[in-house]
Design a protein around this ligand. Sequence first.
Ligand code: MLT
Length: 249
Amino acid sequence: MPGIPVDLAFARREVRRAAVRRDVIVVIDVLRATSTIITALSNGAKKVVPAQTPEQARNLWRENPGSLLAGERGGERPDGFNLGNSPREFHPEVVKGRTIILTTSSGTKTILAVEKAPHVLLGAFLNVRAVGESARDTARAEGRGIALACSGSKHLFSLEDFLCAGAIASRLHEAGEELSDFAWGAVLAFENLTEPLDQAIWKCLHARELKAQGLAEDVEFCSRVDHYQMVPALTPEGIKYSYFKCAKC
Ligand code: MLT
């Protein structure tokens, strides 16, 4: 059986092209949007509704009584929001059974850019094995390719997202799938790290920015690998929890 084509997309235009190709899309924003969504849903949130702007988020929040308004601009919680974008804020006591309206500078925009794709899954180091296996199962069942969509930060390349794409693509390669040169580049970066992953993440610009904002613990939390066995998936009602039992977990 031929391997599933696995590509990597970075610029929003490439990400949209993958959606037009009808690939299974894995949106990655390690610091911090996809890590936060994975944590919120793992801790019992009913769903996460992505919003483009703080204003749109406020409108959605007003239309959804009982929902929580969350997100960031410049890493900070906007005025009047219940929560910021720190995964450590999304405790079970806070989010259990709640709908969360979330707007972030890049991550939620990348998700919305591909909302018409047949399958949009969310990945980070926190669920790297689960999201890779889930994307592979879906792509194989439906004869699709896989696109690893790196969100980046402020329209710039982010190394932590590239490394996470490399971790996913590395496992897909082991499973016999066909990597593009771009996906291979990410695998080479991930597999040839000369220091532990968490130390490599500390070199990334966004990690240093978060540390300067007093959010070093977020970076440590988001650097955990395979902490959760779940894969958020975008549905017409929002992003929902989908449990995934990894064969090798
Ligand atoms: C984003 O979506 O740009 C990020 O999640 C920013 C952050 O809050 O660290």
